[in-house]
Write a protein that binds this ligand. Sequence first.
Ligand code: GLN
Length: 222
Amino acid sequence: MCPTYPHPTGWLSGAGDQMNSTPTVGVLALQGGVREHAEVLDALGARTALLRTPADLLGPDGLRVDALVLPGGESSVIDRLIRTFGLYDPLQEAILAGLPTLGTCAGLILLANRVEDPAPGQQSLGVLDATVLRNAFGSQVDSAEVELETAEGPVRVAFIRAPEVVAVGPGVEVIARRSQAIVGVHQGAITGIAFHPELTGEARFHRHLLTQIGGHQQRAAS
Ligand code: GLN
């Protein structure tokens, strides 16, 4: 259901990132690290809209945002709040329709089809064909700044009780590993990363999110 991403390499390079107007990026703001994402997006020239209710995401004429960030935090809490606030279906539908989406850490867990070691009753949006194992790095990398190798060169990011991607479906591109562990994936307009670029001032993942906006124009005229 997700569109195939046309550029298997060069995903961090920002190629083609001309922004004609100021894009609005919805940052899910129910729990977790929202402010740092807003700061990175602001520095890139995007507007941030905090999403707490379905009406924040969806207006009478369609989506109110051009892209979406699912932040880190505690995935089981965010999952519960998404369902309590009636955001589960609107978020799932928007992402499956191709809304460019970046999930970091707990956000990656929320995106995944399958979650290993979930909290009791924990669900996920199930829009990314991947299996994630929560808290995979244990206390060893409980909270650490790490330089990761990616296809686009090294990136410096933070790991905080991070998940690992332990299996991916055929349409999923691996974009980052920590040693052998998969910690970044890409499918269609969805990017899921186990770490926090927003805590180290690494802006390329957010810039990449903005470059994907052109392909998805469901947004209501404002
Ligand atoms: N371990 C957390 C969870 O399972 C994720 C941590 C994070 O987002 N930094 O949701």
